[in-house]
Design a protein around this ligand. Structure first.
Ligand SMILES: [Zn+2]
Ligand SMILES: [Zn+2]
Length: 333
């Protein structure tokens, strides 16, 4: 046992193994940092990529989790604009350098020297976490901690993807997990029509997509009833790229929203011809967070969540991997 205060965390000690329930000494925020008592932390597909060692710079031991909602319980020197007890959200982008060309051109999502929460710095699968104060978004008091957590990644990356997909009215969503279930509702709020694509034969998830306002839902091997203006691919499946290109009209966009994807198969140039565009979305900027979180309360997003106690993080990850729930999993300490 440790003297003084302690925190509990689910720690990944070795790639491709279970997280370990661990007691650690409480941490103190450094200059420019805050300590946050975690109230809820969403479970994201990227956490699976971290556990599986599929990202470029696997780093262990690490506490995963980058959809953190909690309250500030210690403030380091030099922090301005945040107060003790304030509710904040901590996203995937945990730090940027501020000096590289990408930071200087307002594209800090592409920063050359970023720190990502729950991947390069300990995240929110814990009772407490340390964050860079500049990357802690004040959340106000509207909405429950659990329902806010998935906004911090699924919502934010979805929001950025939606912007990059353009203004087209007919939007296809491939892979109907946590992000798509939020984006479908945001797109409906924006007045777009949503077309949901799931694994072929997954009628259950297709019904879920329709319940969130999709005007059509079917298998990823099907063509939508009308050509799409844009499609966003959330599933980490490269085979979906040519299928989505086939489903969009001339000049349409296909946006890959995941951080990792299996190889894209060879496809005929005719699928890309006629100014169809294939793009990826990486991370987020603080401005994305400010824009999205300011408008989110008005969007009427109904969050479908499955709540797990923190110590059941392994169960949550395996249920996510197997697709055993709809919407988003959220850990509660
Ligand atoms: Zn930078
Ligand atoms: Zn994420």
């Amino acid at each position: 046992m440790y003297e003084g205060n302690v925190m509990q965390a689910m720690v990944l000690n070795k790639i491709k193994t279970q997280l370990d329930w661990t007691m650690l000494p409480d941490r103190q925020p450094g200059a420019g940092q805050v300590r946050v008592k975690v109230a809820a932390c969403g479970v994201c597909r990227t956490d699976l990529h971290v556990v599986d060692g599929e990202l470029a710079h696997p780093h262990v031991p690490i506490i995963p989790g980058h959809e953190i909602v909690g309250r500030i319980d210690a403030i380091g020197p030099g922090v301005e604009g945040l107060t003790m007890g304030e509710r904040v959200g901590i996203p995937w982008l945990g730090h940027t350098c501020g000096t590289c060309i990408y930071c200087q051109m307002q594209r800090e999502n592409l920063c050359d020297h970023p720190i990502f929460t729950g991947y390069m710095r300990d995240g929110g699968f814990a009772t407490s976490t340390i964050a860079d104060a500049r990357f802690a978004f004040p959340l106000g008091e509207a909405g429950s901690d659990v329902s806010m957590a998935p906004l911090l990644c699924a919502g934010l990356i979805g929001w950025r993807s939606l912007g990059i997909a353009g203004d087209g009215k007919r939007l296809g969503l491939y892979g109907f997990g946590a992000a798509a279930h939020i984006v479908a509702q945001v797109a409906r709020w924006q007045g777009r029509s949503v077309f949901g694509f799931t694994r072929p034969g997954d009628v259950d998830t297709q019904a879920f997509a329709r319940s969130l306002g999709a005007s059509w839902a079917g298998g990823s091997d099907e063509m939508p009833p009308e050509p799409l203006d844009a499609a966003i691919i959330f599933a980490p499946v490269g085979d979906l790229v040519p299928l989505a290109l086939k489903a969009v009209r001339k000049g349409g966009r296909v946006v890959c929203a995941g951080i990792h994807m299996s190889d894209i198969p060879r496809f005929s140039y005719s699928l890309l011809w006629e100014e169809r565009a294939l793009l990826s979305v990486a991370n987020l900027t603080r401005q994305d967070g400010i824009d999205f979180l300011r408008q989110a309360p008005a969007m009427g997003i109904v969050m479908e969540t499955k709540i797990y106690p923190l110590e059941k993080a392994n169960q949550a990850l395996s249920d996510l991997r197997a697709g055993r729930f709809h919407g988003a999993a959220v850990l509660v300490p």
